[in-house]
Design a protein around this ligand. Structure first.
Ligand code: FE2
Length: 330
């Protein structure tokens, strides 16, 4: 099925997969150079900390168990603490030694060749390893499933599912939402089905959400992130797309059902942020991206948008765990 070249694993990436099973609390990290005395605050990070063992562990960098990291700066010193997010996914992998839920490129149902597509299985993973946000007073870890996980910013203790997200069934929200000037969150979800769509919504800290825009799509693109300006929401469809029927029937992990179509353009969907109306589509060369960087409306009425583009999605291939004999992707 592959129509993307598979790149060799680079040894430089080996450290990314090294397990860190210890939960630490260090009052003062060794410092090279000098931290300015005025620098005060806490840096919270998130990412994969443990992958398990073959053959039942995580297959991909993005599927390792979420570990929170906290760097607290005060008076020229920096302390450090880390803690796993205590989730159902954590329980399955740490206690039973197996991936228990559908992840980005690992899938227990696929492995068991269960004919029931796990995307349509309500057992979303809660392994929120992709990002950390603040919504109102709460700190929340996110991944691309509708199970945001709240945690205590002081102790890094897991507090449980943070809030409801709109939509049930086979949906995938971005783990990189934006926030408006009131602190409300703006995010996009891909809804998969016979009538797939992109849905942009606004969600307040108190939990209320409002659908801003719904755009039908036949073969949804992989939307890891998107862009917001004062007046617009911009969705970027790379030609890395999925047939929703294939998601439902193929015995493959989620991302491996996506196909790279370099003969197709990248399309920018420009949505009026206030009316939700699709104002236009703009096309450019085929490219793949994970992250937008910045976007704004300039004084000429143009939209300026920065993103990190790749010639194709082969980056995903590089991030399979080193223990796998072969890497099969897209
Ligand atoms: Fe990301």
């Amino acid at each position: 099925m592959s129509d993307i070249r598979t790149l060799p694993v680079l040894e430089d990436y080996a450290g990314w997969f090294a397990p860190q099973e210890n939960e630490l609390s260090i009052d003062a990290l060794p410092v090279e150079g000098r931290i300015p005395a005025w620098l005060t605050g806490t840096l919270l990070r998130n990412g994969p900390g443990y992958f398990g063992e073959r053959p039942r562990g995580a297959r991909h960098l993005l599927d390792g168990l979420a570990m929170l990291h906290k760097f607290a700066f005060t008076e020229g010193r920096v302390s450090y603490a880390n803690r796993f997010l205590r989730t159902k996914a954590y329980q399955a992998l740490r206690e039973d030694g197996r991936i228990g839920y559908r992840e980005f490129a690992s899938d227990p149902c696929r492995r068991l060749t269960d004919p029931i597509a796990s995307l349509f299985d309500p057992r979303y993973t809660d392994n929120a390893s992709v990002n950390v946000i603040r919504l109102g007073s709460r700190l929340v870890a996110l991944t691309e499933t509708p199970l945001p996980v709240a945690f205590d910013p002081d102790t890094l203790e897991t507090l449980g599912v943070a809030y409801d997200t709109p939509g049930r069934g086979p949906v995938s929200p971005s783990a990189h939402p934006h926030f408006d000037r009131t602190g409300a969150m703006i995010n996009v979800q891909v809804h998969y089905g016979l009538r797939s769509s992109y849905r942009v919504y606004r969600q307040t800290a108190t939990g209320g959400f409002r659908l801003l825009s719904k755009i039908p799509v036949t073969r949804p693109a992989y939307l890891h992130s998107f862009a917001v300006t004062e007046r617009h929401v911009i969705l970027i469809e790379s030609p890395f797309r999925v047939n929703p029927l294939e998601l439902a029937t193929a015995r493959r992990p989620f991302i491996e059902s996506y196909r790279w179509r370099p003969d197709r353009p990248t399309t920018f969907l420009i949505i009026d942020r206030h009316t939700g109306r699709l104002k236009g589509r703009r096309e450019t060369d085929p490219m793949f991206f994970f992250h937008t960087v910045n976007a704004y409306d300039d004084t000429d009425g143009d939209i300026v948008l920065d993103l990190c583009a790749y010639p194709d999605p082969s980056l995903i291939c590089l991030l399979y765990t080193l223990t796998l004999p072969t890497k099969r992707i897209v």
